[in-house]
Write a protein that binds this ligand. Structure first.
Ligand SMILES: NC(=O)C1=CN([C@@H]2O[C@H](COP(=O)(O)OP(=O)(O)OC[C@H]3O[C@@H](n4cnc5c(N)ncnc54)[C@H](OP(=O)(O)O)[C@@H]3O)[C@@H](O)[C@H]2O)[C@H](O)CC1
Ligand SMILES: [K+]
Length: 479
């Protein structure tokens, strides 16, 4: 879409392809020393980029062969014109060409892939993978769906993928992110104004998306302006709510209260210091707590139990029109009747399911991005679909894909911390979608900064260091 908009705005297709292929040759030259290269060219413009890259590498003194799927006569448009500039032998695709090849430039298919790769092209990609030949992919590793990150049949994993203008969802969604290797973004002269013309709604998560909405404390602020998070605590799994509460406090909520039943009140009270503990044995006591409208954000779910009372608590909070983060058991508790939850959602609400919990509420098909967006639209909530490539989706069609989470995050309690981070930001006035995106990013950064050996308690602990860095990086100095 970006290239057609750019072309419509007067940039020639030939120039775009020239810039694209030359960026590929530059990336190859920067990564590898001179060696025999085989360029695999497909029948569309991805193949055209391959012809340009081949010419630039040859001109730089590399030993380059190019093999084409189909015949030169079948090429059309700019790809045909670029192929004509190659002015040298064009081979037919064959596995034998891999003998004596020390690097493959994969220009078979890019954005125009419409079906799984078959025949000799598939055999070649399989052989490239099994022989462990290094690969530079153009735009996407051929066979990877750039919109979803899902392979359509065979894909040869690339060491580097050179793409143009903006990353596509497939570069950041799993398993695409792993199949792409290092993604190199090349500027091929598509002006930024094109982005506003195509108005994309899906972005890789990054502070630039939500920094302007980040609620740094004001110099003249007091604790009530920084919100009051209420975490509904469970009776037996008390650690989960404590983690959420601690996370809300660390991310800057002015006050945090845990609502606890009599049976475990003493445990909460003994374990928490700056966080308050109040008694709640049933839904009417919870409702009474919520009559204080300074308690402006609520977390339900961590350690709550999949029960009737969890359902009642959620509905009571939603009826009070409080911003709410529903996690874990608060999601699973509605498995039998998801619509009763969706009907009750009217104000800011964030659902934070992992795939298992997601499947209990939503019966939607499609890739991860589509499913998250559909679920957000259906429920009216901001959806945080967790995983190595967590997606934050809004009912209005916006989505971010998060890429900074290290595998160390896959440990008990980290989800409770995330729910607390989100609620803490919402309590300080950040819109739910921005708060969820910011919380997911900060959660990933905190884990990455801590590194191996991470347990969930470490996340709130190390968050101040992440916040300090973020603040330093985004501070607006007076000059
Ligand atoms: N984004 C930019 O700014 C620029 C991108 N460029 C490059 O262009 C490609 C996209 O080019 P396009 O021609 O649209 O598509 P492809 O080259 O990926 O492939 C289309 C052709 O492939 C056939 N096809 C599709 N799937 C298969 C398959 N599994 N097996 C065999 N053939 C397949 C398709 O045929 P159909 O029968 O489906 O019609 C087409 O013939 C982009 O990725 C960039 O690399 C430009 O350089 C400009 C700037
Ligand atoms: K490709």
């Amino acid at each position: 879409a970006a290239d057609s908009a750019a072309i419509a705005s007067g940039i020639s297709e030939m120039a775009l392809m020239e810039a694209a292929g030359s960026a590929v040759a530059n990336a190859v030259g920067a990564r590898w020393g001179k060696r025999p290269v085989l360029v695999l060219a497909g029948p569309g413009n991805n193949g055209g980029d391959g012809f340009v890259a081949a010419r630039h590498l040859r001109d730089a003194g590399w030993n380059v062969r190019i093999a084409l799927l189909g015949s030169l006569e079948q090429l059309s448009g700019v790809a045909a014109r670029q192929a004509a500039l190659w002015n040298d032998e064009v081979l037919a695709l064959s596995v034998y060409l891999l003998d004596g090849t020390a690097l493959v430039v994969d220009a078979l298919f890019g954005a125009g892939l419409t079906r799984p790769i078959s025949g000799v092209a598939a055999q070649l990609l399989e052989a490239v993978a099994s022989r462990g030949i290094p690969v530079c992919a153009i735009d996407v590793p051929s066979g990877l769906d750039g919109a979803s990150g899902q392979p359509q049949g065979v894909v040869a994993r690339a060491d580097i993928t050179v793409t143009f203008f903006r990353k596509k969802p497939g570069h950041v969604l799993m398993p695409g992110r792993l199949l792409c290797g290092e993604v190199i973004l090349a500027d091929i002269g598509i002006p930024d104004r094109v982005l506003s013309q195509i108005d994309p709604a899906v972005f890789e998560n990054s502070p630039v998306l939500w920094m302007n909405a980040y609620p740094w404390p004001h110099i003249d602020g007091h604790k009530y302006q920084r919100g009051h998070v209420l975490v509904v605590g469970g009776a037996t799994m008390t650690g989960a709510a404590r983690l959420s509460a601690l996370a809300s406090a660390r991310i800057g909520a002015g006050l945090v209260t845990v609502a606890a039943p009599d049976s475990s009140w003493a445990i909460y009270a003994a374990a928490l210091t700056s966080i308050m503990v109040q008694r709640v044995n049933d839904v009417s006591m919870l409702d009474h707590l919520l009559s204080d409208d300074r308690k402006n954000a609520v977390v339900v779910g961590p350690g709550a139990g999949v029960s009737h009372s969890t359902r009642e608590y959620v509905l009571a909070v939603l009826a009070r029109k409080r911003a709410v983060v529903l996690d874990a058991d608060a999601i699973s508790a509605f498995a039998a009747d998801p619509q009763s939850l969706f009907n009750a959602i009217a104000g800011p609400c964030v659902l934070t399911p992992h795939e298992g919990e997601f499947g209990r509420l939503f019966n939607v098909n499609g890739d991860k991005l589509e499913r998250a967006l559909m679920a957000a639209r259906r429920s009216g909530a901001v959806l945080v679909l967790k995983g190595a490539d967590t997606i934050v989706a809004a009912p209005d069609g916006r989505a971010v894909i998060n890429t900074n989470a290290p595998p160390d995050l896959a440990t008990g309690g980290t989800g409770d911390v995330l729910a607390g981070f989100i609620a803490g930001l919402v309590a300080q006035g950040m819109p739910a979608f921005d708060a969820a995106a910011a919380a997911v990013w900060l959660h990933g950064e905190a884990a990455a900064l801590f590194g191996p050996g991470l347990i969930s308690e470490d996340l709130p602990q190390i968050l101040p260091r992440v916040l300090r860095r973020l603040k330093r990086a985004t501070r607006h100095d007076i000059s």
